[in-house]
Design a protein around this ligand. Structure first.
Ligand code: E4P
Length: 218
């Protein structure tokens, strides 16, 4: 499963990119607003740091303006994935941009039927929002499982399932078990994935025993 980071904070992206484990980045209008940055500038900077897909979301809701915005975002760098909402106009925009050879990430997906439409519209990624479904008492991970199962049955559907709205390590594990192609994960959750108390305890014991040997490897 590929790991994308879900943020527009440059310092976080640089730090995580240095691990060599980052496959891409997703942003949305809320994350851009939180960064306090101009969208065109911050997306260009992120694309320089991470060679993988960098999702940049349109802000319009009508087809004509969405398409213009999508083309402008796509022109920033080759690795921009234009993000459009799962609406009729969003999917029309997806179809045109996909035909032009652009990667499109269809976002705000909350049902398997919506995901089927996104795939038929030529999306490179569909983003089902796991955490927001959990928030309203549904099981968001069941949606990931359903979409993976549906896509697996049709060779013609090339869309990758991008588990979004991830809230903790449990979501990452469940998305991987469900066969999601990608998870977009907040920076703090990516860092939590490294942690286990037995790793810390075991390392402390190894270092203590090693110090008693008086040896040095270098
Ligand atoms: C990413 O593409 C989504 O916009 C993001 O994961 C949404 O996460 P949230 O529900 O925590 O805002």
């Amino acid at each position: 499963m590929k790991f994308f980071v879900d943020t527009a904070e440059i310092a976080e992206i640089k730090d995580l990119a240095e691990t060599g484990l980052l496959d891409g980045v997703t942003t949305n209008p809320s994350l851009i607003a939180k960064s306090g940055r101009n969208i065109l500038e911050v997306i260009a900077e992120i694309c320089d740091i991470v060679p993988g897909p960098v999702s940049a979301e349109v802000a319009a809701t009508d087809f004509d303006t969405m398409l213009k915005e999508g083309r402008k975002l796509a022109a920033i760098a080759k690795n921009v994935a234009v993000k459009v909402p799962l609406t009729v106009d969003g999917l029309k925009t997806c179809r045109v941009l996909a035909n032009e050879g652009r990667q499109v990430n269809v976002t705000l997906c909350f049902s398997a039927n919506q995901a089927l439409l996104a795939a038929k519209a030529g999306a490179a990624f569909v983003s089902p929002f796991v955490g927001r479904l959990d928030d309203i008492g549904e099981d968001g991970m069941l949606l990931i499982e359903d979409i993976v199962q549906i896509y697996d049955q049709y060779d013609a559907l090339k869309t990758e399932v991008l588990a979004a709205s991830i809230r903790g390590p449990g979501h990452v594990l469940a998305a991987a078990k469900a066969g999601a192609h990608v998870a977009t994960i907040p920076p703090n959750v990516i860092r939590q994935l490294y942690a286990h108390p037995l790793t810390d305890k075991g390392l402390a014991a190894f270092l203590s025993d090693w110090s008693k040997t008086g040896q040095s490897i270098l």
